[in-house]
Design a protein around this ligand. Structure first.
Ligand SMILES: [Zn+2]
Length: 367
């Protein structure tokens, strides 16, 4: 078996039917409002800087991923395989939500990818008729008209590693950082950054506050990855609540999407875990096909098309993301994935189906 399903199936199968939709506050800014010049790339003629090493403020948390140990984030072979979620195999259609952690020239772990391979991944998706959507579009089941007729995908970044978002000395986006590459291939890109705020903050390392402000200015989403990145199943419910609420407090938000550290849900699953910070949806961390699925009869793991379906509601707090560390990952988990959903190209017809299970396009100006 080449790869394993990752942490996080514990909460799977728990059905949260009938839950009220937790409204998220309006995004501070849509990407369409971004002035192109504000995010213009300035290609440096000097060699790209070496990705900074990770500086963990304060004492290292014992459960932090060790970049030198490729299996540290993922389920070890000796551990029992989690139960695969139901509702996403067979005829279910889904949207790949890609997960990235750090960018370095010579990756040593499957949580890293080189900027060059990342660029090729994105260019391949673009040429294969994929439209980059934001998680707000995914969760609201409302997509930009320009994505009509295309397959959809979303990009997420975890942990706030400095290599995800670099600024050049003149203050422009570092084209070799993760966001720089994404912006180059998909201008005015949409993405979600799931951030930790250990010891008072400093996601992305240097110029942290400036970068967080720019994310908001550019309409990129800040997600919750807990304060200190614990395995939430190994801490008390009270601690889990503090870990989630503390990030909302830091970013002064009342509602944030959540990515479980290591993809592991808390002992008391959401929404029963009474957080002050609203969590409209939560995401796992999977590595492609479920255990025993790749090469078998199953289907790869995809976040299902929402559409108000029971399958989506069952997965609202355990939505799968797929880790992409190579072009082979992309091929097996996305490009050759028979379950990838294609957005209809007929918005007028879809709009009349309000309330149906068919996704509909934006009916209002997406500004
Ligand atoms: Zn993480």
């Amino acid at each position: 078996m080449r790869r394993w399903m990752v942490w996080g199936a514990a909460a799977v199968g728990v059905v949260f039917l009938g839950l009220g939709w937790l409204e998220r506050p309006p995004a501070p800014r849509r990407a369409a409002e971004v002035k192109p010049a504000a995010r213009a790339l300035r290609i440096s003629e000097t060699p790209p800087p070496t990705p900074p090493s990770v500086v963990e403020p304060g004492p290292p948390a014992p459960t932090q991923p060790d970049p030198t140990r490729p299996t540290s984030l993922w389920l070890r072979a000796s551990e029992p395989a989690p139960i695969a979620p139901t509702g996403i195999y067979g005829s279910a259609q889904g949207i790949p939500i890609l997960m990235f952690h750090r960018f370095r020239a010579r990756p040593t772990a499957n949580t890293a990818i080189s900027p060059e391979v990342f660029r090729t991944v994105l260019e391949t998706l673009k040429s294969d008729n994929y439209c980059l959507i934001g998680l707000d579009e995914y969760l609201e089941n409302r997509f930009r008209p320009e994505c009509g007729g295309q397959k959809l995908f979303a990009v997420t970044f975890d942990d706030g590693h400095p290599s995800q978002f670099g600024l050049l000395p003149e203050g422009t986006l570092d084209p070799q950082s993760g966001l720089g590459v994404l912006e180059e291939v998909f201008p005015n890109a949409r993405a979600t950054f799931f951030l930790n705020v250990r010891n008072g903050g400093k996601p992305f390392g240097k110029q942290s506050e400036r970068k967080v402000a720019l994310l908001r200015e550019w309409g990129l989403e800040i997600g919750n990855h807990t304060i200190s990145h614990p395995r939430l199943d190994r801490v008390s419910n009270a601690r889990a609540v503090r870990e989630i609420d503390g990030v909302c407090d830091y970013f002064d938000q009342s509602s944030m999407l959540l990515a479980y550290p290591y993809g592991v849900a808390p002992r008391t699953p959401l929404p029963d875990l009474k957080t002050r910070c609203a969590v409209p949806a939560a995401f796992n961390a999977w590595e492609g096909y479920a255990a025993g699925v790749r090469g078998g009869e199953g289907r790869p793991l995809l976040a299902v098309v929402p559409a108000g379906s029971s399958a989506f509601e069952a997965m609202r707090y355990s939505l799968p993301r797929v880790n992409i560390a190579s072009l082979e990952d992309l091929r097996l988990d996305v490009l050759e994935n028979p379950g990838v959903y294609t957005l209809p190209a007929a918005p007028a017809q879809e709009e009349r189906q309000d309330g149906s299970v068919s996704p509909k396009l934006f009916s209002r100006a997406h500004t």
